[in-house]
Design a protein around this ligand. Sequence first.
Ligand code: ATP
Ligand code: MG
Length: 558
Amino acid sequence: MDRPDKPSNFIRQIIDADLAAGRVDHVATRFPPEPNGYLHIGHAKSIVLNFGIARDYGGTCNLRFDDTNPAKEEEHFVKAIEEDVRWLGYAWDGLYFASDYFEQLYGFAVELIEKGLAYVDDLTPEQMREYRGTLTEPGRNSPYRDRSVAENLDLFRRMRAGEFPDGSRTLRAKIDMASPNLNLRDPVLYRIRRGLIHHQTGDAWCLYPMYDFTHPISDALEGITHSLCTLEFEDHRPLYDWVLEHVSVPCHPRQIEFARLNLQYTVMSKRKLTQLVDEGLVAGWDDPRMPTLAGLRRRGYTPSSIRRFIERLGVSKADNLVEYEQLEGVIRDELDKTAARRMAVLRPLRLTLTNYPEDGEEWLTVANHPKDEGMGTRQVPFCREVYIDRNDFMEVAPNKKFKRLVLGGEVRLRYGYVVRCDEVVKDDDGNIIELIGSYDPDTLGRNPEGRKVKGVIHWVSARHGVPAELRLYDRLFRHPTPDADKSVADWKEHLNPDSLQIVSGVVEPALAEADPEQRFQFEREGYFRRDPGQAEGLVFNRIVGLRDSWAKIAGQGK
Ligand code: ATP
Ligand code: MG
């Protein structure tokens, strides 16, 4: 994989120190998604970090589904997550489910009860909140805190057997209701969820362990040495360590927290992404405007561009909001080097060259890439009728900067001849529907005699071109931080109504059989790939424009 040098960051420094001090003799990490949605670009940070560290240290990285909440988790999310991790270019060593450990976890809970470190509580969720205290006030002990071990064991067994309704009882750790860290005020370890079908364990359980109990033990059972998670778990680390100190697990992994990746002009919480999908505001989890890996993939982003984007950002403990341009810049730089050039006209306007033989045609040999001969050539047909883009024609030049075609003026057709527009055909409403012109036969690959033609525009033979649907994607939101802005009642008000524009264009015939795996630069328009979906005919997705059009808009103060 492309990695000229190993990145250095505070996590790697901790690992180096652990290895040097002999605290560990190998490195084992894991990526632990909850299968309640698709992975997004934020998850890619965790994936690149965990799998990258395992690879660089000759260690292992597991994929573990953190599946302790059957109400929200589904089998198809499991499959989608596996596909996304593989697509990003990583192979896991072990594939596990936290639910694989349900029986063992239950045993560890019994161990805590027997040690007098856990108890069954009958407080309702509301009462529990009252008893919990606040950041400035200590909590109060539950009246059920001092139940005997025997009674706790009996009740816990009956909770498992399904004798009690949801919410009526929990198992809690007995730590310290006065702790300044709220996570240590007798956290809930187990809750009752009856009548749910878990995608892995079916109806075997109606008692489900909480994340803070499940995660450290799963890590330890898998022999994870370094458990990397995002900063919001920093305050949970004392609980992570408490659990591992009090149950008989084979090792004690080290939890290290890092800052989440936040990206402008999008939302990243799975709950909100789910809302966009469920409310039909996007076409699905793989809608090319979504920040999901499936969406970015469908849009045309490559795995290498995403890995490079993440690696470039680095890892730290400082919260950050990454500019969208950074993501676009990485794919643009990559595609500039790797994408074959093609011509496509997005807004076709017919130009008939009256002095060109009526049934004549020429096949021009054109390089696929201006700087990479190895990418070969293709044949581009030219004939009497060509399409040019409506934006490349005006009857009268609006200013001196307009170097394209005007009535009575000349322009070069890229790779072809210099042409002139002699006449404009309009409909009854005055709309331009067609151009009549001529070409200069002495200008193929040569400058015309005695005059300068500065403008060069792209074109497609009208007789050979293939109709195509072009999907021009833009940012999903108009606001850089849609869900942090308090001036609107609903973050969805910031959705960009112009995030998808569909145009009917014409593409050169070499694109008729385009492979969705291939990316192209449509000259002067941007980078595109054929949509891998089932749509009939040719459909291309715009991956990214040729340059950053938003910077310009921002500069104009819009
Ligand atoms: P969400 O809050 O959107 O539901 P999550 O953090 O609950 O996301 P998980 O499936 O639990 O999602 O995440 C799996 C792993 O990916 C966790 O270790 C989590 O810390 C990490 N992760 C999730 N989002 C980001 C992000 N934006 N940046 C970096 N890592 C992330
Ligand atoms: Mg989570």
